[in-house]
Ligand binder design. Structure first.
Ligand code: FMN
Length: 217
């Protein structure tokens, strides 16, 4: 797929693109890590520090949960879903056969990275650049997604596997309470990670020619 691989001046470029290709969604994860917690923390901190944001607004907020703290977030999600079942909003059968096993599989992993956006911190810049005011929230989310992608790819590079989840707003209140987080931190995504215990599923690719054009080559 794609054009023949060119020679890059920096071998790290080839490595980077190999890592991009190797990153996949892994759902079968065990509760072990091949790397230290310090190494995981360093990856996450690097994303927080070095991923760009519009006007360098630095709107992403990130919480790294390991082992028993990680399991708490999935206990929160299970309890919230059980609440929906009790209220008749989710069929019990579906919860028992599909949702609960899925949530328990997340719980069985090693850690979860919670990605938040602090939209409130944009108040001043929205006032300063009023004509772009409606752009700042989407930009903040885009920057957050870049952090998610970097952490996902770097964890995979270190032998971990991950999957990206979205249980907001269902779990927001309990998450904020459990870890005493500022109310302005709005949860966007949860990246679940652990040691892969199975290969990722097959992935289909739409033709590159339908999705990419080059001019002036
Ligand atoms: C913005 C975004 C949101 C996603 N949300 C979810 C999600 O809520 N649950 C989930 O299981 N996977 C989610 N995924 C994973 C995608 O389904 C997955 O990346 C895609 O099928 C391609 O597979 P790959 O990750 O193995 O390359 C999301 C991915 C992206 C980029």
């Amino acid at each position: 797929m794609g054009s023949t691989q060119p020679t890059f001046t920096n071998p790290a470029t080839t490595s980077l693109l190999e890592l991009v290709k190797a990153r996949r969604t892994h759902y079968a994860l065990t509760g072990e890590s091949p790397i230290s917690d310090d190494a995981i923390e360093h990856i996450v901190q690097s994303a927080v520090l070095h991923v760009p944001s519009s006007y360098n607004t630095q709107t992403s907020r990130v919480v790294l949960l390991l082992k028993e703290e990680h399991r708490k977030v999935w206990d929160i999600a299970i309890a919230a879903m059980e609440g929906l079942v009790a209220a008749g909003a989710v069929p019990k059968e579906m919860f028992e056969t599909s949702t609960k096993p899925k949530l328990n599989a997340f719980r069985a992993a090693y850690g979860t990275v919670l990605f938040f956006v602090d939209y409130d911190s944009l108040a001043a810049i929205k006032e300063k650049f009023a004509i772009y005011a409606d752009k700042f929230n989407p930009f903040a989310l885009e920057s957050n997604a870049m952090s998610q992608y970097l952490v996902w790819t770097a964890l995979q590079s270190e032998g971990l596997g991950a999957n990206l989840q979205h249980y907001s707003p269902l779990i927001d209140e309990q998450v904020q309470k459990q870890w005493n987080l500022p109310a302005s931190w709005k949860l966007d995504a949860q990246l679940v990670f652990g040691t892969p215990s199975a290969a990722p599923g097959e992935k289909a690719f739409a033709p590159l020619e339908d999705r990419f054009k080059v001019f002036g080559k």
